[in-house]
Design a protein around this ligand. Structure first.
Ligand code: GDP
Ligand code: MN
Length: 401
């Protein structure tokens, strides 16, 4: 899970990492209010989206008056920022962070990552900050410093000092940098983080070391024991389909074909995608609805798969071991009654109570093609694409509007 810059800064500050004064704002008025509250004469208005490289995309604006803060805030809110991390669709700005502007004398890079090969937390640092680590690795590979942390004892002051000196900090700055590095490490470890990035870690013209930007990622599997972290989740930043899938315990991955898949079991879902390809089609998604495919889950799966406008056929492939085919069939019927299913559906059921399951589908008023085997199901799904001319959606529910 990712969080916003302002949230990461608040967490890091609790561990002693120095950050500028700032406040979050959801409207231009609040932004102005924040500027007044912070005081001083220059502020930075920063778009809060889960992406780096906002500066280059116009998402970081330095302002010299409260009026400018208001104008910058009004400009950014609701705007879609396209950075090279967001993809071409970009991300809409809903929150802003207003900070006191600082005079930057120098920018350095500081990151903490989980090095899976070393099985250790690794501190990565470079004297050139403000640009991305990939760029630094490309342009100045020799300047990147690494320090592997021994988990039994944690980061040692000498390691933090080595990094600080390696970054070229002057004696007066080293102690501040050490505090920032140790603080970032403790936050990483104590909050079950998988990545902390402070870029830039800046030195101001008055010799203060301060984290001007902050990014944190957390281990999803540890969120249950970090309620203060998991409450920072911003659903607006996530693909709504991922969020919907997670709500129902479905594993969904969007692909770019036209045959929507609803399958139980990850292995069977993979095999189904292979068979679709083998039959000459392209899967629109990977979807594992899990073992207990309740009618609600099947309905949620249909909604999810059909939310992709490229889907022209839905292929349901259920092998009922723990589950029962009759329940799954009821789920499909219930789903088709609660969700508009505007495309042909091909269903292959196998396993427990399969005859009863097929009877339910047959006797329903739905236009569902049944198939006996996986290969047959894939062929029928591809054939259904052709029948449609691959284009128009027609309703599977007889008589439905
Ligand atoms: P990013 O582009 O998403 O990584 O956003 P950052 O928070 O790193 O900001 C991008 C750049 O804006 C920084 O590298 C700085 O050069 C500049 N910037 C950010 N905050 C300040 C500030 O307080 N004062 C000045 N002068 N520049 C800033
Ligand atoms: Mn940055």
């Amino acid at each position: 899970m990712d969080i916003h810059e302002y949230q990461a800064k608040e967490l890091l500050a609790n561990f002693g990492v120095p950050v500028p004064r700032g406040g979050v704002a959801y409207t231009a008025e609040q932004a102005m209010f924040r500027a007044e509250e912070i005081g001083g004469s220059r502020w930075v208005v920063k778009a809060q989206i889960h992406s780096g490289a906002r500066g280059k995309a116009g998402g970081v604006i330095v302002c010299a008056s409260e009026h400018e803060v208001r104008v910058a805030a009004a400009d950014l809110l609701g705007k879609c920022l396209v950075t090279h991390q967001t993809g071409p669709a970009g991300k809409v700005v809903h929150r802003l962070y207003i900070e006191e502007a600082v005079d930057i004398a120098r920018e350095a890079y500081l990151g903490l990552v989980l090095d899976r090969r070393e099985e250790r937390v690794c501190v990565v640092a470079a004297p050139q900050g403000g640009m991305e680590i990939e760029e630094i690795a490309h342009d100045h590979p020799e300047s990147i410093l690494r320090e592997v942390i021994e988990p039994a004892v944690g980061i040692q002051p000498f390691q933090a000092r080595e990094i600080a000196f390696g970054l070229g900090f002057r004696p007066a700055e080293v102690n501040q940098a050490v505090k920032a590095i140790i603080g970032a490490y403790k936050a990483f470890r104590d909050l079950d983080s998988t990545m902390v990035e402070i870029n830039p870690l800046a030195i101001t013209s008055s010799g203060k070391v301060v984290a001007l930007d902050a990014k944190m990622t957390f281990d999803d599997n540890a969120l249950f024991r970090r309620p203060n972290v998991s409450e920072l989740r911003d659903y607006a930043e996530e693909d709504p389909r991922d969020a919907e899938a997670a709500k129902y315990g479905l594993s969904y991955i969007a692909l770019d074909g036209s045959i929507g898949c609803i399958v139980n079991g990850a292995g069977l879902a993979m095999a189904t995608m292979d068979m679709i390809k083998h039959a000459g089609g392209e899967p629109a998604n990977f979807l594992d609805i899990g073992g207990g495919a309740s009618p609600e889950r099947v309905a949620a799966a249909f909604r999810l798969v059909l939310s992709d406008p490229r889907v022209k056929v839905v292929l349901v492939n259920i092998f009922a071991g723990i589950n029962r085919c009759d329940w799954v069939a009821q789920g499909i019927v219930q789903a088709a009654n609660s969700v508009r299913v505007p495309v042909p559906v091909v269903a292959r059921l196998a396993g427990t109570n399969v005859d009863e399951g097929r009877r339910i589908l047959r006797e329903s008023t739905l236009r569902i093609t049944t198939a006996n085997g996986l290969a047959e199901a894939a062929q029928k799904a591809v054939a259904a694409l052709g029948l449609d001319g691959g284009g128009a959606r027609s309703d599977v529910t007889r008589g439905a509007a």
